[in-house]
Design a protein around this ligand. Structure first.
Ligand code: SF4
Ligand code: SF4
Length: 179
């Protein structure tokens, strides 16, 4: 069984937003809903200041607080590690939105707190999620973390990585290239 994850090289991101549009098209989202966002952060001190653009989306945590607080098990973890939402079981309590330290849940028009699904149906066919395949700058690499021959494993073997908000014990499946 694959263990899906993603490597993000934020230093390559130009902020064009193509990944966001590709995601909206894939999931037929209205313009006001997004499953991934770009955070514009300042790094350094004057006069040596630079801007860093950090793409953020559901981390498909291995210890997901959103799942632990869900009273109806609408949020669940698939055997390949993808954290998904069963709309039929969701009662709209929004506990998951409060519990997620990454603030990546967004209420859809049916009042279900939705989020990135790592394109669950696409990736089992061996394709990359559109946020990764659309990016002209090669910011995202998606794949099987358990396969030493996957592109993501080969890239991760060559770089130092970090993850976001690890102090919460979420064990995210998204890694960022350390610069
Ligand atoms: S498509 Fe790539 S370069 Fe453009 S905003 Fe998204 S991650 Fe950044
Ligand atoms: S990033 Fe948030 S929504 Fe995604 S699995 Fe982790 S806690 Fe849940």
């Amino acid at each position: 069984m694959a263990k899906f994850g993603m490597l993000i090289d934020a230093s390559r991101c130009t902020g064009c937003g193509a990944c966001q549009i590709a995601c909206q098209m894939q999931h037929q989202l209205p313009p006001h809903l997004q499953f991934n966002r770009l955070e514009f952060r300042e790094r350094g001190k004057y006069p040596n200041v630079r801007q860093e653009i950090v793409p953020v989306q559901c981390m498909h945590c291995d210890n997901p607080p959103c799942l632990h607080v869900c009273p109806t098990h609408a949020t669940y973890k698939r055997s390949d590690g993808l954290v998904l939402v069963d709309h039929r079981k969701c009662i709209g309590c929004k506990y998951c939105m409060t519990a997620c330290p990454y603030d990546v849940r967004t209420l859809n028009d049916d009042r279900v707190p939705e989020k990135c699904k790592f394109c669950a149906d696409t990736v089992v066919q061996g394709e990359e999620p559109p946020c990764a395949s659309t990016c002209m700058c090669g910011v995202r690499t998606f794949g099987d973390l358990d396969d030493p021959n996957s592109e993501i494993s080969k890239k991760m073997a060559k770089v130092d990585v970090y993850q976001l908000i690890t102090e919460k014990g979420t064990k995210p499946r998204i890694y960022y290239v350390k610069k």
